[in-house]
Design a protein around this ligand. Sequence first.
Ligand SMILES: [Zn+2]
Length: 268
Amino acid sequence: MNKKTTISLTLAALLVLASCAKSSTGRNQITLFSNSELSKMGASSFEEMKEKEKISTNKAVNNYVQCVAKAITKNVPKSAHDGEWEVVVFDSEQVNAFALPGGKIGVYVGILKVAENQDQLGAIIGHEVGHVIERHSNERMSSNKLSQTTLAVVDGGMAAGNVENRELLMSGFGVLAKYGVLMPYGRTHESEADIVGQDLMAKSGFEPAAAITLWQNMAKVSNGAPPEFMSTHPSNKTRISQLTKHLPKSQVFYQASNAPNCVKPKNI
Ligand SMILES: [Zn+2]
């Protein structure tokens, strides 16, 4: 490694140290983007979604989803999003939902068939908002940026030093960056969003045991092709047992909360 590479890597390490944060479950995080950058990106992705997908105009369905979302977002820390939340129901049979930084929530009509009641919908929205509270998209993008920067720095260093088999080394490094650094995030983030989401739904007056029933329902509908929500949110025994283990802690929040009364339309 030449001097220039060493200096670049040291600078990269300093940058990482300067942007270290902690998630609410005590995990160390690297977040290179500011909240306002993230909010802007979230808002523009949401605009794209709204142009691409058909928006539901069914009043009863919209009222139901708004009611559940409102109860959840009331309990989101101001540090995660300070302001109004925009909630849109997409008229699509996709079993899917998402939340984005900048206070954006999207719910697909298809997922309302899997979530049997307000508590299960509370579990879905709680989980999605949990990803936002814990800055998961910031981490994901920071991780991508770092691996690209590191690759560029290492590549530059090797080019300067005329290293033989450079191509081979680079492809090996790329695989490591993808599978060693990026991939495990998926499971870590899902697990964290489950726990944070279960507490959040309970604080918002939704029965936290419904998170367990929801994933059991998801497993049932995933016979055959998995719904979209499942393909990005792998369900397994570990997830259900983690939610079951955490349930007594969430129940404490639930006991102290007020249950909302969101009416699910009968024809869904
Ligand atoms: Zn998730």
